[in-house]
Design a binder for this molecule. Structure first.
Ligand SMILES: Cc1ncc(COP(=O)(O)O)c(C=O)c1O
Length: 345
């Protein structure tokens, strides 16, 4: 039985074409004199996002961590939508490494969504020297734990405008900004505008084995390069990984296929009796009463999922073919009643 792995869009394996590109990559020592393939990838990403420069990092967590270290001084407060990755899923590095004090803003207008007015209110106004200073707003588009929801261009502008009024820097965690752009029909540049730094991941949805980029101004990226080295992230022949990243970008036009798979999965699960929101992108949250029971029943049938709170989380990606959604649904049909019965118990 082939396992259908919906745990994350990070579980994809490098394609043969990607492995070939990695084997043949032109490389140099990036710490000493830069690696030509890393350079090419960094320039490509900066251009795609409409910024001056970009820095490759092995992971999204490192890109976000470096951004926090760029923006925060010890004791500064930063704002982020509740359940943002930087708040709960990066082992407290925003505090531990960057000295920031987190403030989670509740979702006021739908899953993962906050407003400019919330930002204005939370930022407050600058007071005497003994008052807490708020200096950064972190956004996340798409919002993973809200179910891959998108921040529309209008909301993004409202939030970055509010941050500007309050003199907050803006970091956008755009691990899945590709998915937001595809859903909204917006350009990556528009979705990155107004953010001082943006992180994007090539290993989520696009199929690279690793690699994220922190995108910003030339000056900030040069400082970020120093911080990356301080964190032990100065890579040598990183072009091997960058070559995979360049191939990964070819998948961008196919992102809507993964959204369609999530949509089909949602319809099928509804037909089986589950209640769930229609997914905007490639993430699907399915509330159940017993996560361990549901997860085990699905695993016995070769369907792998994780969970967010009391909901199962399915993420569709390039390594699950369109016709495997039907296969997943027919396997799930054999245990739907048991999962739903647990819900009624
Ligand atoms: C929204 C978001 N940001 C950052 C990350 C961290 O990426 P990485 O696992 O590459 O460190 C993730 C990982 O899933 C994520 O979903």
């Amino acid at each position: 039985m082939r396992f259908l792995d919906f745990r994350s869009d990070t579980v994809t394996k490098p394609s043969p074409e990607m492995r070939r590109a990695m084997a043949e990559a032109e490389v140099g020592d990036d710490v000493l004199e830069r690696d030509p393939t890393l350079d090419r990838l960094e320039r490509r990403l900066a251009e795609l996002l409409g910024k001056e420069a970009a820095l490759w990092t092995p992971t999204g967590c490192m890109a976000n961590g470096i951004a926090m270290m760029l923006h925060l001084r010890r004791g500064d407060r930063f704002l982020a939508p509740a359940q943002a990755h930087v708040l709960g899923s990066e082992l407290g590095t925003a505090s531990w490494l960057a000295g920031g004090m987190p403030e989670a803003l509740p979702w006021a207008v739908g899953p993962g969504r906050i407003t400019g007015d919330q930002v204005r209110k939370a930022a407050g106004s600058s007071g005497p020297y003994y008052t807490l200073r708020t200096t950064l707003l972190c956004l996340e588009n798409t919002h993973n734990f809200a179910g891959g929801t998108c921040l529309s261009l209008r909301d993004h502008r409202d939030l970055t405008q509010a941050a500007k009024e309050k003199k907050l820097a803006v970091h956008l965690d755009g691990a899945r900004l590709w998915h937001a752009a595809a859903f909204l029909g917006a350009s990556l540049q528009d979705l990155a505008e107004g953010a001082d730094t943006v992180s994007v991941c090539l290993s989520k949805g696009l199929g690279a084995p690793m690699g994220s980029l922190l995108v910003s101004t030339k000056d900030k990226v040069e400082e970020a390069r120093r911080i990356r080295k301080m964190l032990g992230g100065g890579v040598r022949q990183g072009g091997v990984m960058a070559a995979a990243g360049l191939v990964a970008l070819d998948y961008l036009p196919r992102i809507p296929e993964d959204h369609a798979k999530a949509g089909e999965l949602a319809t099928g699960l509804r037909n089986l009796g589950f209640q769930l929101e229609t997914p905007e992108t490639n993430i699907l949250l399915v509330p159940v009463a017993s996560v361990p029971k549901a997860t085990d029943l699905l695993k016995e049938r070769g369907v792998l999922v994780t969970h967010v709170g009391s909901a199962l989380r399915f993420i569709t990606h390039r390594d699950i073919a369109a016709d495997e959604i039907k296969e997943a649904l027919s396997r799930m049909a054999t245990c739907a009643e048991a999962i739903l019965a647990a819900a009624e118990a």
